[in-house]
Design a binder for this molecule. Structure first.
Ligand code: HEM
Ligand SMILES: *[C@@H]1O[C@H](CO)[C@@H](O)[C@H](O)[C@H]1NC(C)=O
Ligand SMILES: *[C@@H]1O[C@H](CO)[C@@H](O)[C@H](O)[C@H]1NC(C)=O
Ligand SMILES: *[C@@H]1O[C@H](CO)[C@@H](O)[C@H](O)[C@H]1NC(C)=O
Ligand SMILES: *[C@@H]1O[C@H](CO)[C@@H](O)[C@H](O)[C@H]1NC(C)=O
Length: 484
């Protein structure tokens, strides 16, 4: 009698529990396609996939499986993965998607939580800091960037003269990182730096950032688990803090300030007026120094690989450079006229993007393409996938013809757009053109034997980049005789 009653009650209780769970999962079901909530298994599985495949890889998986508008979960939070041009355009355009998302503890470890610009989720602070970046990346900075790039590239190539002359292998990625860091320093900071040392710290910082960005909270309960990454981030933070200290001293000693003001000095003045904290100044300068080397060096690496694999495109690009620039110094006006080069750059950014997606967060309720989106929803804009849409003649091939007719911006957004777009989008184009022209005028660059973009191993996480260290990424410089 007694055991029978027990099973009866247990059964009823179990049934009730099941009913509650089913109702909750109904409630959690949004109108958007995506994996089922399935009593909480869905969120667990999708989160594990993001940790396991990397953000870019998992985003592609879900868009491939469920279509261009998908709802998944990251750390239990609703996350939309979007590659539909109209929806991407909507999110980019509106200020109510100015937020970003990521683990608070992870961002704290790398100093990005409510500091700097790139992952600053404190909207008021982000807005204030962004103004300094906009100022530094337009006007005189933008005007000087190309000449500095040409000069720095020439100097670095000269320093490699012996290796190049014997057709030795050049670690092209590190070469590009050094050039871009050198130029960034001269534009934004202007203190003596050791490029090689700083470049390796920047790479370690990027690795930590990528590793910690989506980690679950329990990961941060045990210091031994994240210590390695935190230390790597701290090393770069210390190095940059030292540079800022040097800049401060130089500013105090300078009698006339008119020719020493730049991004760093603007921030230091803001701090001395009590508008910014020391940590925030350091973080802004750190982010300015990593933004170029993290993105442009890999982008240029992909471009040099693509040129080597597409001799017809290479010939068109080089012919245009010879006709328009020849042996002259590079002028900003000339760079604007290099249309074939610009088409090549656009097609490379479309076909092989380094920054493949953008992470956003809704700061207000909204509706996207008829679907309700709650405030706080995470959003991943899968721009890489969007750029392989039907609009293009050959979406899955590298072809300059893809840019023959004008491409409406909703199909091509390598830098994002709107209030939280890439602040460096204009300077990046100038810098990439100047570096490419300087290299291509003198050399044809070839990958190691048997290497192509398809078969170098790549990591597809926070950005899309070659797996390093891999000596097979090195390239050979073959002198090009002009007018050949
Ligand atoms: C090939 C080069 C580059 C590419 C493809 C690229 C791409 C991007 C993309 C896609 C974003 C996210 C935009 C969004 O969320 O809508 C971004 C953000 C950003 N980029 Fe770039 N970028 C490049 C070069 C640079 C350079 C040279 C700088 C600065 C010197 C820079 C500074 C930044 C900053 C500070 C942000 C964060 C903006 C914010 O959150 O307000 N980028 N970039
Ligand atoms: C600033 O100008 C002074 C003289 O006017 C010059 O000696 C100094 O090298 C300049 N500094 C920079 C960083 O250009
Ligand atoms: C390249 O793309 C940009 C948008 O990022 C566009 O403004 C420009 O016109 C394009 N250039 C060419 C030659 O297609
Ligand atoms: C990233 O780039 C790769 C290769 O160009 C592409 O196949 C993929 O669709 C892109 N998207 C994401 C989110 O990584
Ligand atoms: C890489 O691909 C190229 C052609 O795309 C091929 O010739 C080469 O043998 C491949 N190398 C390796 C190591 O797989």
């Amino acid at each position: 009698m007694v055991p029978e009653m027990m099973t009866g009650t247990t059964l009823t209780l179990l049934l009730l529990l099941g009913l509650i769970l089913v109702m909750r999962s109904r409630g959690a079901k949004s109108t958007m396609p995506g994996p089922n909530f399935c009593l909480g298994v869905g969120p667990l599985v999708t989160y594990i996939r993001f940790l396991w495949m990397g953000i870019g890889g998992a985003s592609n998986y879900y868009n491939g499986k469920y279509g261009d508008l998908v709802r998944v979960w990251i750390k239990g939070e609703e996350t939309l993965v979007i590659s539909r041009p109209s929806a991407v355009c909507h999110v980019l355009k509106h200020a109510r998607y100015s937020g970003r998302f990521g683990s608070k503890y992870g961002l704290q470890c790398v100093g990005m939580h409510e500091r700097g610009i790139i992952f600053n989720c404190n909207i008021a602070m982000w807005k204030k800091n962004r103004i300094y970046f906009i100022k530094a990346l337009s006007g005189p900075g933008l005007q000087n960037a190309a000449a500095l790039c040409a000069e720095s590239t020439t100097r670095y190539l000269r320093s490699l003269h012996d290796v190049i002359a014997h057709q030795g292998h050049v670690n092209i990625l590190n070469l590009l990182r050094c050039i871009i860091l050198d130029v960034s320093n001269r534009l934004f900071l202007q203190v003596p730096i050791d490029e090689k040392d700083l470049v390796s710290k920047i790479q370690n910082y990027f690795d930590s950032w990528q590793t910690l960005l989506l980690k679950p909270n329990f990961f941060f309960k045990f210091r031994w688990m994240y210590k390695k990454y935190e230390d790597a981030a701290q090393e770069l933070q210390n190095a940059v803090a030292n540079l800022v200290e040097q800049k401060r001293k130089a500013l105090l000693e300078a009698e006339k300030l008119d020719n020493t003001t730049n991004f760093a000095s603007d921030l230091i003045f803001a701090q001395s007026h009590g508008e910014m904290t020391t940590e925030d100044v350091t973080q802004c300068i750190l982010e300015m120094l990593i933004a170029g080397p993290d993105t442009m060096s890999v982008t240029l690496f992909f471009m040099l690989m693509l040129l080597a694999q597409h001799p017809k495109a290479e010939k068109e690009v080089v012919d245009e450079i010879n006709t328009l620039i020849g042996d002259k110094q590079i002028q900003n006006g000339d760079l604007l006229n290099l249309k074939v080069l610009e088409t090549f750059i656009n097609e490379s950014l479309r076909f092989q993007p380094v920054v493949n997606f953008s992470m956003r967060q809704a700061t207000e309720d909204d509706v996207i393409d008829g679907h309700f989106v709650k405030k706080g929803t995470n959003i991943i804009l899968n721009i890489g996938r969007m750029q392989r849409g039907e609009f293009f003649v050959k979406p899955h091939e590298f072809k300059l013809e893809n840019f023959q007719k004008t491409v409406p911006s909703r199909y091509f957004q390598p830098f994002g757009s709107g209030p939280r777009s890439c602040v460096g989008k204009f300077i990046a184009m100038f810098m990439m053109k100047a570096i490419l022209v300087t290299i291509l005028k003198q050399y044809s660059v070839q990958p190691a034997k048997g290497r192509s973009l398809e078969n170098i191993s790549k990591i597809h996480d926070l950005s899309f980049h070659p797996a390093e260290p891999d000596c097979m990424l090195e390239m050979i410089f073959i002198p090009r005789r002009l007018n050949e």
